[in-house]
Ligand binder design. Structure first.
Ligand SMILES: [Zn+2]
Length: 253
């Protein structure tokens, strides 16, 4: 079984070397290390590949996460992404989060999130890169902005938004990624049930904790099992198809 963890914050994973080894042992053949801010983008670009092991490749995605944005660092981060975009397999993590503490309080903050999101989507469009999108509490805006930006390949990561937004993103040929939360989250399970398998890929969002347990890329198996259970399909079929989907989006070679 070949699996791809399409979204992980590897720089935050404890004992990364051992975690990667465990992932390779269960059949993970590729991980996309996503950046969130200046420092993590530098790590993703310069350090992540040092952790590759036989049979497991690590790819870089560059992004600027909507959480805790530091306005004084936005320009240098975007500049870094621009300079390295050719070496990245995707752009992300990027997006909107209207449930973010500051965003709840301030329309200016929500507007800053949208401005950054649009700039990175524009970069994705002109460089023909896929995007890994965070959309918590801002699902409709995220989907609409991606469609307006004319981005061809987009993954709505850990999508748990309303059916109307889900339908629009599927109609545009976009994807959602399933996390281990698909085992228990009512909203995420509804999304996976309603999304055709050809629009689903897998991820862990490591080291996010699920049901109290910090995750690592080997926990992709939990996302896989949950999708198979929700869809009533065998695990092998889901593994094969989601891996093919990921290859199609990210164009690994
Ligand atoms: Zn993430």
């Amino acid at each position: 079984m070949n699996l791809i963890d399409t979204h992980a914050h590897l720089e935050e994973v404890n004992n990364l070397k051992d975690a990667i080894k465990r992932a390779a042992e269960i059949g993970v053949i590729a991980i996309i290390a996503v950046g969130s801010d200046y420092d993590s983008n530098v790590w993703v670009m310069n350090e992540s590949r040092k952790y590759e092991v036989k049979g497991l490749k690590i790819y870089s995605a560059l992004g600027l996460h909507p959480w805790g944005l530091d306005p004084s660092k936005v320009e240098e981060t975007i500049e870094f992404i621009e300079k390295n975009v050719d070496k990245a397999v995707a752009l992300g993590e990027v997006g909107l989060d209207y449930w973010d503490k500051e965003a709840r309080r301030s329309e200016d903050r929500r507007e800053l999130q949208r401005r950054i999101f649009k700039r990175i989507l524009y970069m994705a469009k002109i460089n023909d890169k896929p995007v890994s999108i965070h959309s918590r509490g801002a699902w409709e805006d995220c989907v609409n902005i991606v469609i307006e930006a004319g981005v061809k390949r987009a993954v709505f990561h850990w999508f748990s938004g309303p059916n109307s937004a889900l339908k629009r993103l599927i109609d545009h040929g976009y994807y959602v990624s399933a996390t281990p939360a698909a085992a228990y989250s009512k909203e995420h399970r509804r999304v996976i049930l309603k999304t055709p398998l050809e629009n689903i890929i897998l991820e862990t969002d490591s080291p996010v904790a699920y049901a109290g347990e910090p995750s690592e890329p080997a926990h992709i198996i939990k996302a896989l099992n949950a999708v198979a259970e929700i869809k009533g399909l065998d695990v092998k079929t889901v593994a094969e198809e989601t891996t093919e989907n990921a290859k199609r989006i990210f164009r690994f070679n």
